[in-house]
Ligand binder design. Structure first.
Ligand code: NAP
Length: 326
C-alpha cells in the first residue's frame, strides 16, 4: 500500500477517501523534522499532500521514495521547485478553484478598512454608541476610487471585476506583462509599479511570493503612495517589508492597511501591527470557506493520485519531470 503523508490541512471527506486506498499519516508539527515519527514515515512516503510544509533539500534528503508533493494552495513558495525537479519529484498546486473566494476576501478587507467596520463593530458592542457619531469616526469611500492591483493574474483580475462593476472603481494594474484582454474587460490601465503607487487610492498586492517579489513593497514604495492610500496585502507576508509597513502606518505615510498575511504566521503576539488602530488583520483566510477548502482538497488529492498512478497531474508545476518520466 502506498504511503501518503498529510501535513497540516486536508478536508475530512477527502482525507477519508485517501485512507481507504493508502496508508495515510497526518502530521501538524511546526518543526516536523524534529519529530521522529514524521521523519520515519517520510523515509517511505510516496506522496505528500498538505499546506505550507517547507519542502527543501534537507527535508528531501529524508524522502528517498517520494514521487509527488501536492500543495493544497495556489501559492507554492514553500516548495523548492529546483530541488524537487532535480530529484524527479512532481510538484502540484490548486489554482483557479479559490480565485473568487480570495477576491471576495480582498474586497472585504478594502471595505472593512475604508469603512472602519471592525473598529465600529467594537464601538457598538462595547456599548459606547450612546449618541450620534463624530467626524473622527467617519470612514472613506471605496466606490469611484482608484484601485491599483499589483499582480493581475487570476485573483487580481477577479478583484478588478468586482471593483470595476460592483464599485465603479477605476482600475490600474501592474504585473510582469501587460494584459490586453483584462484591460478591455475591466477598463484597466497598465502602469509601472511607481505610477500605480503614486496614483492609487487603494493598493492591492496579490502576486506570488518569489525571489523577485520578496520585499517588493518597502520604505521607498510606501513613500510613493498617497498619504490617504489604503494598502491591502492578500499575497504573502514576505512580499512586504513588515517593519517598513509599520513605520509607514505610524508616520502617516499611508492612511491604513488591511492584511491577510504576515511575515511570521501565526502572527507573533508582540507584532506592532496588532496595536495599530489603522490596521485590520485576518488570520490568512483568503481561501478559507467551506466550499473552497473542500474544492482545494479535492483538486490536490486528484493531482496526488494522478502522479501516483503514472498520469500527468492537472496542475503540474514542474512539467519537465513528466517529460523525463515519459
Ligand atoms: P497567478 O494567476 O499566477 O497571478 C500572479 C500574478 O502576479 C501575475 O499577474 C503575475 O504577472 C504577477 N507577478 C508575478 N511576479 C511578479 C513580479 N515580480 N512583479 C509584478 N507582478 C508579478 O496567481 P493567482 O492565482 O492570482 O495567485 C496569486 C497569489 O495570491 C498566490 O501565488 C498566493 O501567493 C496568493 N494567494 C493568497 C491567498 C490568501 O489566502 N491570502 C490565497 C490564494 C492565493 P504575469 O502574469 O505578468 O506573470
Amino acid at each position: 500500500m502506498k504511503k501518503i503523508l498529510v501535513y497540516q490541512r486536508l478536508e475530512r471527506p477527502v482525507l477519508q477517501e485517501l485512507q481507504i486506498k493508502y496508508d495515510v499519516r497526518f502530521f501538524n508539527d511546526p518543526n516536523p523534522l524534529s519529530n521522529r515519527e514524521f521523519v520515519s514515515f517520510l523515509q517511505e512516503a510516496d506522496g505528500i499532500i498538505g499546506l505550507e510544509l517547507e519542502v527543501n533539500k534537507t527535508l528531501l534528503d529524508h524522502a528517498p521514495n517520494l514521487k509527488v508533493v501536492s500543495n493544497v494552495s495556489v501559492g507554492y513558495n514553500n516548495l523548492d521547485i529546483e530541488e524537487l525537479t532535480k530529484r524527479n519529484i512532481m510538484a502540484t498546486n490548486t489554482p483557479g478553484v479559490l480565485t473568487d473566494t480570495v477576491a471576495d476576501m480582498a474586497m472585504g478587507l478594502m471595505l472593512a478598512v475604508a469603512r472602519r467596520i471592525p473598529e465600529l463593530d467594537q464601538f457598538v458592542k462595547s456599548r459606547q454608541w450612546t449618541q450620534s457619531l463624530t467626524e473622527e469616526q467617519y470612514g472613506t469611500d471605496v466606490h469611484h476610487k482608484v484601485l491599483g492591483i499589483i499582480g493581475m493574474g487570476r485573483i487580481g483580475q477577479a478583484i478588478a471585476q468586482r471593483a470595476r462593476f460592483g464599485f465603479d472603481m477605476e482600475i490600474l494594474y501592474h504585473s510582469r506583462t501587460p494584459k490586453p484582454e483584462a484591460e478591455a474587460k475591466y477598463d484597466a490601465t497598465y502602469c509601472t509599479l511607481d505610477e500605480l503607487l503614486q496614483q492609487s487610492d487603494f493598493v492591492c498586492l496579490i502576486t506570488p511570493l518569489t525571489k523577485e517579489t520578496e520585499g517588493m513593497i518597502g520604505k521607498r514604495e510606501f513613500q510613493l503612495m498617497k498619504p490617504s492610500a489604503i494598502f491591502i496585502n492578500a499575497s504573502r507576508g514576505k512580499t512586504v517589508v513588515e517593519s517598513d509597513l509599520i513605520a509607514a502606518l505610524k508616520e502617516g505615510q499611508i492612511k491604513a492597511a488591511g492584511l491577510d498575511v504576515f511575515t511570521k504566521e501565526p502572527i507573533e503576539p508582540d507584532n506592532e501591527l496588532l496595536d495599530l488602530p489603522n490596521v485590520v488583520t485576518l488570520p490568512h483566510i483568503g481561501s478559507s470557506t467551506y466550499e473552497t477548502e473542500l474544492a482545494m482538497s479535492r483538486l490536490a488529492a486528484e493531482n496526488l493520485e494522478a502522479a501516483l498512478n503514472g498520469q500527468r497531474p492537472k496542475n503540474l508545476i514542474n512539467p519537465s519531470v513528466w517529460e523525463t518520466a515519459k
